[in-house]
Write a protein that binds this ligand. Structure first.
Ligand code: ADP
Ligand code: MG
Ligand code: MG
Length: 868
């Protein structure tokens, strides 16, 4: 088995074997980009290691050969006192796990080679700077000596010498530091720092393989559903040095702006620095555009490489680079993490630039991303009224309020135990904070740039974030932050505007988001591509307006009962219900007619020709009645009747199983005047709009149908009422009468039901409830256990149960279309907006889905993807 691949032997398709980093280093090497030479030890070797708990002899053998090859390629040699080979040992799993695994730089340095390096470069300061870095990284990663032990020594010496920055350290200081760092090894259980480069490299490789199972890596994998079985590869790469002087440096760049998607090189760099300095927050990095002034030819070269990479990978890249004495080297490339808004802008721009096709653009955006793009922002007025207490970099957009915690553990505890909305506020974050970051509404740091750990992780999770808000002085021990004379205590509310980068005290009101031009463009393509129509469930004009702004095709479901819950209507509804007979129902029905016809008028007017499907009254009557003694007396009072009389009526309406009781079209059979009123209200609206010049074709939907005979009975009632309403008009109306498909019996006999129906619309909520026999209002007590035990793969009320409910739907579609080949069939339950379910509905041959207004864009994209 080949366990080691030179960079020149690999390519990007070998990600599983070489890890993401290794595969892309190979790809860049073969593209002819300036990549320091090296090789990759495969993930298969990692599995071998895990199985044997040690590096196998065959791997050791191959490694020797690989190092000989590398020596030849670089013309440098391990342990040479004239021209020593130095390498980095870098972990890299098949799926990028930012900051999760460990990397060690400058391997190969020891008490002898450091002198050689100093002589060779004529730069003693640089040589000892590299050595002290190796000692600290190696001690920490391999032997678990606390990072702070090394930091403390560094800080002590800087203080003694009154230095501001690491850059002030002289060669002599660095030598002292090296001596003290080595002493740390001697004080620890380790005993000594291994001077032999071969021993260094073997211990480092072992440490990287072991780090696959460290705590932060496991949390990250769990959080991101990355299988534990992947394993990591290890890359061994010749060092290049950004810490030689002011014509050297190191940086990170995105080929486009990861927050907005703008097509400009975006990133940060530090001169005279190495490796992680940029992301660690030790020194504040420079924005990349300043490189265009300081080292313009390098900036241009980086821009060229950026273009090459984008054209080659056909995606935005996140790269690491190092400049050694004015020469640029590429050290990593991967698909860059980005905000949802940036993701959409980038694919839309790529289509315009001819890099990808429209269909590819549609397929690249996860529908749920679109959901998170409909980000809230703070109300403009409240922003005006509140003072900005701190400003930082807008690392991840959105608007979030919550209670402040200064450690990841405290944030997690407040979230898990007190169900608080939490904001994690820290000096900076590190991979250890991951537990607390995933539960936070927003992450705020005092230090760090747009590519700091906090920023990258927040963008990846879609959490709001501000980083580098340097006015914040955070004391995590005292649990307090000070900012310009103000104090923020643990648990205080703050509001974080991640779009502008501003921090406020208190909880600010938010406003809902709108669709930006790029998303609008993507949705236009989605609409042109999708076969399924996307309608909305809207009970009020306000809902419908929202959905229309999201370009809904119309209304797939108006639940008329929701119109009855306003106070003045509830009163009439209650009068209606307690009435003993038809005569008593007359007056409340007349009042309801008046109100309801206006609702319909408004909906039809908004629709302006788009289809609107109105479902007649569905719920059990007792839902409208008082539920306890206090309410009973209030209602009796309001209705001006004796409480006892009301109590008697309530009792007589009581049902053991209301959801399976006197509701839906069963009400129409016992109280035909209620549906008659609703039809009249619809027709009054239609007639009024006709007079105003707008033709409306009403679609009327009957809930809870069990059989053809039942539907035919109710249909006749509807038709008669429409005829009556139009009796004195000299024109006619095209209308349809269809049914909800939500009773298993109706699905099984769909060929018959279709004879009386002009359309079907699946009510998946009730259909799921009746298919499983789960009361949808009571599943909370057992569903979590079912999900945990794996008895159910998902909540069937959120994602369609294909095998059971789906099979009934299939029967209904087949039966209905047997009778009427062109029968329109919709889905208007909760799952109508669920991407996985939409995929299934496309296969079923459903005509349209209908979902809540905010799901319309998500459903539209999912519908396009389902068809591609
Ligand atoms: P991570 O996956 O945590 O980013 P990396 O393996 O990419 O870890 O390395 C950490 C840092 O060290 C990066 O900034 C990288 O560019 C730098 N680095 C790694 N190998 C080399 C090398 N051979 N020469 C110079 N810098 C290197
Ligand atoms: Mg890296
Ligand atoms: Mg229903």
């Amino acid at each position: 088995m080949k366990q080691i691949y030179a960079f020149a032997e690999g390519n990007r398709s070998m990600r599983d074997l070489l890890g993401g980093k290794g595969a892309n280093l190979a790809e860049m090497t073969n593209l002819g980009l300036p990549v320091p030479s090296g090789f990759t030890i495969t993930t298969a070797a990692c599995h071998d290691f895990q199985a044997h708990h040690q590096l196998t002899s065959s791997l050791l053998h191959d490694l020797d050969q690989a190092l000989i090859d590398l020596s030849q390629l670089t013309e440098k040699k391990f342990d040479s006192t004239t021209n020593p080979l130095l390498v980095s040992v870098r972990s890299g799993a098949p799926i990028s796990m930012p900051g999760m695994m460990d990397t060690i730089l400058n391997i190969g340095l020891n008490d002898q080679t450091v002198i050689a390096l100093a002589r060779l470069t004529n730069n003693e300061r640089f040589a000892y700077d590299s050595y002290r870095r190796l000692l600290a990284m190696f001690g920490n990663v391999v032997y678990g000596i606390a990072e702070s032990a090394f930091d403390d020594i560094l800080t002590k010496i800087k203080q003694q010498q009154h230095y501001q920055s690491d850059l002030d350290l002289t060669a002599a200081d660095l030598k002292t530091i090296v001596t003290e760092f080595k002493a740390l090894y001697e004080q620890s259980t380790v005993g000594r720092f291994p001077q032999d480069p071969h021993e260094q490299i073997l211990t480092a490789i072992t440490a990287v393989f072991d780090s696959w199972h460290n705590h932060r890596a496991e949390v990250y994998r769990q959080e991101n559903n990355i299988p534990d079985t992947l394993g990591t590869a290890v890359n061994i790469q010749e060092m290049v040095f950004g810490n030689i002087g002011d014509r050297s440096g190191t940086g990170v760049a995105f080929t486009r702006n990861p927050a907005t998607g703008a097509n400009v090189l975006f990133g940060e760099y530090l001169l005279n620095a190495q490796g992680e300095d940029v992301v660690s927050g030790i020194r504040t990095p420079q924005p990349l555009n300043t490189l265009a002034e300081t080292l313009p030819h390098l900036y241009d070269q980086l821009q060229d490489i950026s273009n090459t990479l984008e054209t080659h990978y056909r995606d935005m890249q996140d790269v690491e680079f190092t400049i050694e004495n004015g020469r640029l080297f590429m050290l990593q490339a991967r698909n860059g993490k980005r905000t949802p808004a940036a993701a959409v802008k980038i694919v839309v721009d790529f289509v315009k630039e001819g890099l990808i096709s429209q269909n590819e653009a549609l397929m690249r955006i996860q529908p749920e991303l679109v959901n998170s793009m409909l980000h809230a922002s703070f109300e403009a007025q409240s922003l005006f009224d509140h003072e900005i207490i701190a400003t930082g970099l807008p690392a991840s957009p959105g608007a979030a309020s919550g209670q402040v915690y200064f450690t990841a553990a405290a944030a997690k505890e407040a979230h898990d135990n007190a169900h608080q909305h939490v904001i994690l506020m820290r000096q900076d974050t590190s991979p250890e904070d991951i537990d607390g970051m995933v539960v936070s509404e927003a992450i705020v740091t005092a230090r760090g740039g747009m590519t700091s750990h906090a920023a990258v992780v927040a963008r990846g999770m879609g959490a709001t974030s501000i980083v580098g808000a340097s006015a914040l002085q955070i004391d995590e021990i005292q649990k307090v932050a000070h900012v310009n004379g103000l104090t923020i205590d643990e648990g205080d509310w703050v509001s974080v505007d991640g779009t502008a980068g501003n921090l406020y005290l208190d909880q600010l009101p938010t406003t809902e988001a709108a669709i930006d031009e790029n998303l609008a463009q993507l949705l236009v393509w989605a609409k042109a591509t999708a076969k399924l129509g996307v309608y909305t469930n809207a009970d009020t004009p306000a809902d419908f307006k929202k959905a229309l702004a999201f370009d809904a095709d119309g209304i797939g479901l108006t639940r008329t009962e929701h119109m009855f819950f306003k106070p003045e209507r509830l009163l009439q509804m209650r009068r209606l219900i307690i009435a003993e007979d038809a005569a008593g129902r007359k007056d409340p029905l007349a009042k309801l007619l008046d109100m309801q016809q206006n609702d319909f008028y408004e909906l039809y007017q908004l629709a302006n020709g788009k289809s609107v499907t109105i479902r007649l009254l569905d719920p059990p009557l007792h839902e409208f009645l008082p539920h306890d003694e206090v309410e009973l007396h209030q209602v009796a009072n309001q209705l001006e009747i004796d409480p006892e009389q009301l109590r008697a009526r309530v009792t007589s309406l009581k049902e053991a199983n209301p959801m399976l009781g006197h509701r839906g079209d069963r009400l129409a059979v016992t109280f035909p005047d209620i549906y008659q009123m609703q039809i009249q209200a619809i027709m009054n609206a239609v007639i009024r709009l006709h007079q105003e010049g707008l033709i409306v074709n009403p679609h009327i939907m009957i809930p809870l149908t069990d059989s053809k005979t039942e539907l035919a009975w109710v249909r006749q009632l509807v038709v008669d009422q429409i005829d009556a309403a139009l009796a004195d008009q000299h024109w006619t109306v095209d209308y349809t009468v269809g049914t909800m498909m939500e009773m298993p019996r109706a699905c099984v006999t769909a060929d018959q039901v279709a004879e009386a129906a002009d359309f079907f619309s699946f009510g998946t909520n009730d259909l799921t409830q009746l298919t499983f026999g789960y009361s949808r209002d009571d599943i909370g007590s057992f569903l979590p256990a079912y999900l945990e035990q794996g008895i159910l793969p998902a909540d069937p009320f959120q994602t369609i149960d294909v095998d059971g409910v789906g099979a009934l739907m299939q029967l209904a579609v087949d039966g209905g279309r047997k009778t009427k080949p062109d029968l329109p069939i919709g889905v208007c339950g909760e799952v109508g907006g669920d991407p996985a379910s939409i995929n299934f509905f496309e296969q079923l041959g459903v005509t349209y889905v209908s979902c809540s207004p905010y799901r319309v864009p998500v459903a539209r994209l999912a519908a396009a993807q389902a068809h591609l």
